[in-house]
Design a protein around this ligand. Structure first.
Ligand code: ADP
Ligand code: NG1
Length: 475
């Protein structure tokens, strides 16, 4: 077993990332160490480990300011690190599809900005940039050597990109002996990942650091905090891959949703005579109106129409110009013909935020019988999926088919997890039925997709349970 190293984890910061001693019970670290030695001809001095996550409920609402309910999973990103003798950042990856990369620490921003698909090294560099923004002025940053190895399915809604960015932030911070709390590291990592271009809300980086073995977390924002959610003993969550993947940073899908929510917030504020220019998030307008989530649903229905809004119409209602809107609300430059489904998106957000509250209440309520609890949790998850499919339009035919299949195989609820447009589903299954459920779903996926020889079905459908957040291993 790895043990906490006395005194090393405090460094004066509240709730720091644990620093453990790496030992022989961690075979992946040994393999990664070997890769590092082969590539760089020296030993790493420490390792960072950051998990992926599965979001149980609360999708596409973190960037609107609302609480979400994820848990950290077993799959992770590991990085072996050593400070280098020069200013260079040298990166290598155990998986050959991720090519080696190097650049000077002075050129990090420029390398992130380079056009083309968002290559893997850019996520690492986002982490470096985010960390440098905090430590510059306090420390002289040096170059580093880093070997990366991850086993979180990529582009699949299990937060592989945030685990990579967060692990890069943690690596630079630890290498610079700059010790911060988990909440601070999560905030820095969320800001860092936005350098890739997507305006994420911070859920993934929060659970990456705040994850706790045995508990899901209610993650709340502004200020960032995590509260344990103890899930019923008689339930298991199963993750299944739809075999459709989607890279968030490679398309405008995600940022369009962020923009639609911002515009909806401003439009409701304007119609209700509030300071629409200052309002950025849907939670801001709810706070100004001092309304409940149910009341916000009624307000959306009475104030926003169903037909998609054009930019001209939005500008007219807000009495502003497109140029001004671009600076304040639009996170990517859309062309003038882009339309915005403000009513559908904001309805999803307010109703999903209510479902998160209900999910928490059901878990905490000691008066609900266990079996009834599972049914209620499952029902909330299925309603969440229906809303992501219909109102938020971020599902995928393969994801919808997998959700249906999971329900037919005995799940009590199933939903898309993560950003969507492909990726994974999460299903809630009674513990005594789970092995039959997993076997049936695996066989089904093999049959449906003829993938028996291509993908290991064990990696496509697997049980999961809440795991610990980020860790530093010293040698
Ligand atoms: P996710 O939902 O998994 O976070 P994203 O589309 O946001 O998906 O980001 C996935 C990207 O993160 C990949 O395309 C790749 O560039 C990077 N990535 C994920 N896992 C690894 C890994 N093990 N090694 C290197 N890069 C990785
Ligand atoms: P994924 O793509 O699943 O890692 C993204 C965002 C989250 C959140 C979810 C949708 C990033 C890094 N992550 O997660 O903040 O908005 O979509 O709930 O942008």
């Amino acid at each position: 077993m790895s043990k906490e190293t006395n005194g090393r984890s405090s460094h004066g910061s509240k709730d720091p990332v644990p620093i453990l001693t790496a030992d022989d019970n961690l075979p992946r670290l040994k393999i990664l160490e070997g890769h590092f030695q082969t590539k760089f001809g020296k030993d790493p001095t420490f390792f960072t480990r950051v998990p992926g996550r599965v979001n149980l409920i609360g999708e596409h609402i973190d960037y609107c300011g609302y609480a979400v309910c994820p848990m950290a999973i077993e799959q992770d990103i590991l990085i072996a690190v050593s400070v280098s003798d020069d200013d260079d950042i040298r990166l290598t990856n155990v998986e050959p599809q991720y090519e080696d990369f190097h650049c000077s620490i002075r050129d990090v921003s420029e390398c992130i900005r380079e056009t083309g698909q968002p290559a893997w090294h850019k996520y690492f560099l986002c982490g470096v940039k985010g960390a440098l923004e905090v430590i510059s002025g306090h420390r002289d940053p040096s170059g580093i050597l880093a070997a990366v190895w991850g086993n979180i399915p990529a582009n699949s809604g299990l937060s592989s990109s945030s685990a990579l960015v967060s692990a890069a932030v943690l690596s630079i911070m630890h290498a610079s002996q700059f010790h911060m709390s988990k909440e601070e590291l999560a905030t820095i990592s969320a800001r860092a990942e936005r350098h890739i271009g997507t305006q994420g809300g911070g859920m993934d980086q929060a659970i990456a650091f705040l994850g706790k073995a045995g508990s899901a977390k209610l993650i709340e924002f502004n200020p960032l905090r995590g509260t344990d959610i103890t899930l019923p003993d008689s339930t298991v969550f199963v993750i299944a891959h739809s075999l459709a993947t989607h890279n968030k940073a490679a398309t405008a899908d995600y940022n369009l949703r962020v923009a639609e929510c911002r515009l909806a917030a401003k439009m409701i504020a304007k119609k209700k005579n509030k300071d629409w220019e200052v309002v950025q998030k849907l939670i801001d307008v709810q706070e100004r109106l001092e309304a409940s989530l149910d009341e916000m649903v009624s307000i959306v229905i009475s104030e926003l129409h169903e037909e998609p809004y054009t930019i001209d119409e939005i500008c007219k209602i807000l009495d502003t110009t497109y140029e001004h809107l671009k600076r304040t609300s639009l996170v990517v430059p859309f062309n003038a013909s882009q339309t915005f489904k403000l009513r559908q998106r904001s309805l999803h957000v307010f109703q999903e935020a209510s479902r998160v509250e209900a999910f928490r209440r059901v878990n905490e309520d000691k008066n609900i019988m266990e079996q009834e609890k599972l049914l209620q949790l499952g029902n909330l998850m299925s309603k969440s999926h229906a809303s992501l499919h219909k109102l938020y339009e971020c599902s995928h035919p393969r994801v919808d088919a997998l959700v249906d299949r999971a329900m037919n195989c005995g799940a009590l609820g199933a939903r898309l997890t993560g950003a969507g447009w492909g990726g994974c589903v999460v299903a809630i299954v009674p513990k005594d039925k789970v092995s039959q459920f997993v076997d049936t779903l695996r066989n089904d996926i093999i049959y449906q997709n003829q993938t028996e020889n291509e993908v290991d079905p064990k990696k496509l459908v697997f049980q999961t349970e809440p795991k610990e957040g980020a860790i530093v291993y010293i040698i």
